[in-house]
Design a protein around this ligand. Structure first.
Ligand SMILES: Cc1ncc(COP(=O)(O)O)c(C=O)c1O
Length: 355
């Protein structure tokens, strides 16, 4: 099966030898990583993350992956300020499932090629207070879109005007193949309302399960307390392994290597779409991340059944919408398949679309 469904890095992205060596050194240097410890994460990593974000380490919580941190954040916010949760439409499907499980009233906000539409946010805020806004402003999952700097400023202005807490989820920002990064919402706002979340899943390895949150001090302490009551301690061994990678100066070169491998895949997918689907479908052209969003001009759910029978899989757009909209859309992940598989997979999709 050629997978355009997996939001995972190609196996070559994971440098087992390098990470095994970092893990060995991490244990030898500090055997306490094998013990229980602070629920907010491995202290040297927290300190490094705190200094990179210009905050006290106590405001950083290194979680067991970014998604676990999302759940802690959502539980805290919904308990503190019950109300509607504003999300982009489409958005990452796993948080939607967690929000449904929490019984949240989820309000989808329109997007376009420049990301979240601030007018849609303003309208939603005009209808009453909200618990929080969940946004993925850079190389969004699933659309691959990036919020423009101008819109970032407007989102921050609206958050300030309405006292709206914002969760900025940014696991893909460093996986950039071209162009200059825009400022984060967290930087623009100053970190009083915006909590910044990211993860080493896309820049090191997802199996590490190392995510982090930079939150206002009180909220960070409450998220940490939730972490302790859920899993006692996060996985210090993998947090210390990531820290060793950073400390020995290997994080950037490894990231550069990953960017190279993934850019080849993004370029292969854009070229194949142009070759096989020009005039029949439209798609986003992300400058980074794992995904692009295609409008296939046909029922994506129906196509998916036939595609899987022919050996190609993807995720249909409706899975990313709280209201099931996006029937003709698909999330195509280019991160996992090889460039030649990508070419073959797109050619199969185009044959099926013609049939
Ligand atoms: C937008 C977004 N947030 C969070 C995550 C979860 O990452 P982690 O592996 O750190 O739990 C993902 C993973 O695909 C993602 O796409």
């Amino acid at each position: 099966m050629i997978s355009f469904a997996r939001g995972a890095p190609a196996p070559e992205c994971l440098d087992a030898e390098l990470l095994a060596d970092c893990a060995r050194v991490a244990i030898e240097r500090d055997p306490a990583v094998l013990a229980y410890g602070p629920g907010g994460g491995y202290a040297p990593l927290r300190e490094w993350l705190g200094s990179s974000h210009g905050v006290e380490p106590a405001r950083v919580v290194a979680t067991n992956g970014g998604l676990q941190g999302f759940l802690f954040y959502a539980e805290e916010l919904l308990a503190e300020r019950p109300g509607r949760v504003l999300v982009e439409a489409p958005t990452y499907d796993r948080p939607l499932k967690l929000l449904a499980r929490l019984g949240a009233d989820v309000v989808p906000l329109a997007m376009d090629g420049e990301g979240l539409d601030p007018d849609a946010l303003e309208r939603a805020l005009g209808e009453g207070p909200a618990s929080f806004l969940y946004t993925i402003p850079t190389f969004q999952n699933p659309s691959g879109r990036t919020l423009s700097t101008e819109r970032r400023r407007r989102v921050v202005e609206l958050a300030r005007a309405h006292g709206l807490p914002v969760l900025e989820d940014d696991p893909y920002g460093l996986v950039r193949y071209k162009g200059e990064p825009p400022p984060s919402l967290h930087e623009l706002e100053g970190g009083e309302l915006v909590t910044y979340a990211s993860s080493f899943s896309k820049t090191v390895a997802p199996g590490m399960r190392v995510g982090w949150f930079v939150a206002p001090a009180g909220l960070a302490a409450r998220i940490e307390a939730r972490a302790v009551s859920t899993y006692i301690s996060p996985p210090f061994l993998t947090q210390a392994t990531v820290f060793e990678l950073i400390d020995r100066g290997a994080f950037e070169p490894n990231l550069e290597r990953i960017r190279g491998l993934l850019k080849l895949r993004r370029d292969a997918m854009l070229a194949a779409l142009e070759r096989y689907l020009a005039g029949k479908a439209t798609w986003s052209e992300p400058e980074g991340g794992y995904f692009l969003w295609a409008d296939l001009g046909a029922d994506a759910g129906e196509l998916l059944g036939r595609a899987e029978a022919a050996g190609v899989t993807f995720v249909k757009g409706a899975d990313f919408s709280p209201d099931g909209s996006g029937a003709s859309s698909a999330r195509l992940a280019f991160s996992y398949a090889s460039p030649s598989e990508i070419e073959e997979g797109v050619s199969i999709l185009s044959t099926l679309l013609r049939a």
